[in-house]
Design a protein. Sequence first.
Length: 322
Amino acid sequence: MSEQETLLSIRNLKTYFVTDEAVLKAVDDVSFEVKKGETLGVVGESGCGKSVSCMSIVKLVQGGNVKYEGGQILFEGRDTLQMTEKELRKIRGKDISIIFQEPMTALNPLYTIGDQMKEALKNHQKISDRQARERCVEYLKKVKIPMPEEMMFRYPFSLSGGMRQRVMIAMALITSPKLIIADEPTTALDVTIQAQILDLMNALKEETGSSCIFITHDLGVISEMADRVVVMYGGKVCEVSPTDELFEHAAHPYTLGLIHSRPRADFEGDRLEVIPGNVPSLNDKPEGCPFHPRCRYAGKKCETLWTRTQKADRETGAADNK
């Protein structure tokens, strides 16, 4: 990949959940970058800190027990962790848009598709109701929704899962964002609809020039979507690599486990390989490398040391070895 300008730089991010019993380190010293125009895949099992890391970018991880313990999130040079709520509202949905995992819960069942799309647009642009309606219809056409004028008057519950997800993509793109965070947007869809949605997202991303963070546990999806990949486990980054290099020369044992356990067209055995054990609980994470209790290659040093593997381009200097 040619040298690109950095759009987003996450440096040593720590997002904790503080309870009476323990401090749960959901994101523990995470660093990575997103360059302009690229798609960065973030992969790992459920509970590895993928979504919490990315939702922390615009501080959507909220509540009395949430604590941003340290680090920086530099979006176009500005630290979003230091922004006020008013400043964050100006970039949420405008410069940074999110496609959520389950559109049925992300869309408000009490309002029509048109009302919700127009609200997303008019919150950030001075535009008449007629102009907003025309723009919404235009973007519904872009995401290949039939009869978009009629769709404006429909409610979310009357649409299929694939149609709802197309609406979410249209809402995310309608403000021409610089960064799209796609949080497992195809997980609830069947494989045929999933393929259509992925093709659509690729085409629209190329058209708009937006950057994208694509969160998933599916390495097959990552191979189609991402330019580079961040592999997360136990709230930490294990490995950062260009996508092609990751599949050919994975360096971390956890990445190898994910690759070997994925379904493949040429698979001839009786059962897929599995990674033994489970993701550790946040209140009972092991010392050293959090993956070592499940790792066939673990040695004594893995029980006390944590070393992040980085290949190809270096990320922020502070993230070299954690």
